[in-house]
Structures are given as C-alpha cells and as structure tokens.
Design a binder for this molecule. Structure first.
Ligand SMILES: C[S@@+](CC[C@H](N)C(=O)[O-])C[C@H]1O[C@@H](n2cnc3c(N)ncnc32)[C@H](O)[C@@H]1O
Length: 199
C-alpha cells in the first residue's frame, strides 16, 4: 500500500462525521477531498497552499465530487495558521494532514521548508482535539528534502505526541517516510487531554 493510502487509512480511523480537519498542504487536493468526504456534510476542512495552481486543482477536484462546500481553501502558507483559522477551532481538530515537498506536476523548486513546516506542526499539535491525529508524509529525494527531514526528526524527538513511523519499501535513504502522531494518553483515540505545543 502506498504511504498516501496508509495515511488515509490511519486518519480515517479517527474521523467521524461532523469532524473538523486541516490539510496543511492541499497540493492537487487528494488529501483535502479525502478529508471532506470523511467529515461529511456536518464537518469542515480548512486547506492551505501557497500556490494558486494547487488551490485551483484542489477546487476542481472538490467541485467534481460535490465537496466544495465542506472546505475553506486558504491561499497562504500554513505558517500563517493562527491568522487564518478561526480561534475557536483550537483543541477541536480531529485530523491534520501534511504531505510535504513539491506540487506533483508543478514547479519542483517550490517546496515546503523546515522553518514554516515546524511552525505549522507546532500549531497542529496545539489545535488537535483529544483523540486526534496528525499525519506527516516526508519526502527526502528533492533539493532540501534531507534538511527538512533532519529538522523534523529533531522536532519529533521532543514532540509530546506518540510518534509512529512507517517507511516506503525502498532500500535507500531518500525513501519517503510517513509519521503518525497521536496523543499519548489515547492511542485508541479517546484521550481526555491534549499536550500543549512544543516551543
Ligand atoms: C506534495 S504537495 C501536497 C499534495 C497534496 N496533499 C495532495 O493530496 O495532492 C506539497 C504542497 O505543499 C505546498 N506548500 C509549500 N509550502 C507551503 C506552505 N508554507 N504552506 C502550505 N503549503 C505549502 C506546495 O505548494 C505543494 O502544493
């Protein structure tokens, strides 16, 4: 199973109809559409991307599936999380998905970067609901990928959430990695408290 599918399976185990979720990197909209489908008509998804091209692709995908009304598309970096998301969402997000790197089919020089990714990861941890999950798919093969992964590894070492790592079956250091972050107190998704952000 591809890591993108594994991320969906893991996140689906936490999402209920009516849930609230964030796609931190909308890209071509596969993850946004998945989240919108799972949260149902009573739920909502906020999706960030810095590229108009990515948001156009995501919008088209959502529109084709009749899911557009469930999603707020944010044309800005996920590091602008606090300015972009309603403050009442803090502690209410059941799932946050990160799929790092560049837009497939787009400009491969426009990649996620360590500083902004870590800023958004801190917010994701802080805004997660009890029983929520953060999925983090990291690619190391592009320019800057190894540096971003190293920064993420350092961040994960002090992350208050339980971290599970899955790797693509490839025998090289550039293989993608999927991290699943869950509240330590609630591996089954029924926590009573959420750890604070890493600062
Ligand atoms: C691998 S793609 C995401 C794939 C997407 N999740 C999907 O399902 O199709 C990575 C995306 O991150 C976006 N990106 C780069 N820096 C960003 C930032 N600071 N905030 C939000 N998105 C960013 C890129 O524009 C690109 O579209």
């Amino acid at each position: 199973m591809r890591l993108t599918e594994r991320a969906h399976v893991a996140v689906a185990g936490h999402l209920q109809p009516g849930a609230l979720a964030v796609d931190a990197t909308a890209g071509n909209g596969h993850d946004t559409a998945f989240l919108a489908e799972r949260v149902g008509p009573a739920g909502h998804v906020w999706a960030f991307d810095v590229q108009a091209e990515a948001l156009a692709a995501t919008r088209a995908r959502l529109d084709a599936c009749g899911l557009l009304e469930r999603v707020t598309l944010l044309h800005r970096g996920h590091e602008g999380w606090r300015e972009a998301l309603p403050p009442e969402l803090r502690g209410q997000l059941t799932a946050v998905m990160f799929n790092l790197g560049y837009l497939p089919g787009g400009d491969q020089r426009r990649v996620t970067s360590p500083v902004t990714t870590l800023a958004a990861l801190n917010e994701a941890v802080a805004w997660l609901a009890p029983g929520g999950i953060v999925s983090l798919l990291v690619y190391r093969g592009h320019a800057g990928g190894l540096e971003e992964h190293a920064a993420i590894e350092r961040w994960l070492a002090q992350c208050p959430l339980q971290v599970e790592c899955q790797s693509a079956p490839a025998n090289n250091t550039g293989a993608p990695l999927l991290y699943l972050l869950r509240c330590r107190a609630c591996p089954g998704g029924s926590a009573s408290s959420v750890p604070g952000p890493v600062r």
